[in-house]
Design a protein. Structure first.
Length: 150
């Protein structure tokens, strides 16, 4: 097994003094890290965290099979949330918008922030917006909460 050497920051470190006080603080920090890892292991946290991750995977599969669940009163959710993004076509932007707006929003791709600003500012009518999109992309996010615990 090859052991990777620790990096040497002699060339890039600012004010490298190797003070004994800092060395002691680093030793103290390492001791705390070891205690935290030990406490986590003694409490069985790694196994519990793995069990929780496995259960979350089962919940995701159940959502796909059974559909989403929500209880707003108790704050319990098992939701497959649809997220849509509109993908604008530079060709359609050029076709439907005045040249000065097309130039402002097209930079090898449609600058969605500028386009959104023009739409919100009223320079582009709401009626024309659906004609500007080339495609719609959907992604999904799982939301799993048991309520109360933060």
């Amino acid at each position: 097994m090859v052991v990777k050497a620790n990096p040497d920051y002699s060339e890039s470190a600012f004010n490298l003094t190797n003070s004994a006080e800092l060395s002691e603080m680093l030793n103290e920090r390492r001791y705390m890290e070891v205690r935290i890892v030990g406490a986590r292991t003694m409490a069985g946290l790694p196994a519990m965290e793995q069990d929780l991750a496995d259960l979350d995977n089962k919940i995701r599969q159940a959502i796909d099979t059974l559909g989403s669940f929500q209880d707003v009163e108790t704050g319990r959710y098992a939701i497959k949330q649809r997220r849509q993004s509109i993908i604008y076509s530079p060709a359609k932007i050029r076709e439907y918008l005045p040249a000065k707006y097309a130039e402002a929003v097209i930079d090898e791709h449609v600058n969605e922030k500028v386009l959104t600003s023009l739409i919100k500012g009223g320079q582009i009518s709401d009626e024309i917006v659906p004609q500007l999109s080339a495609d719609t992309r959907e992604t999904y996010a799982y939301i799993i909460q048991t309520g109360g615990l933060k």
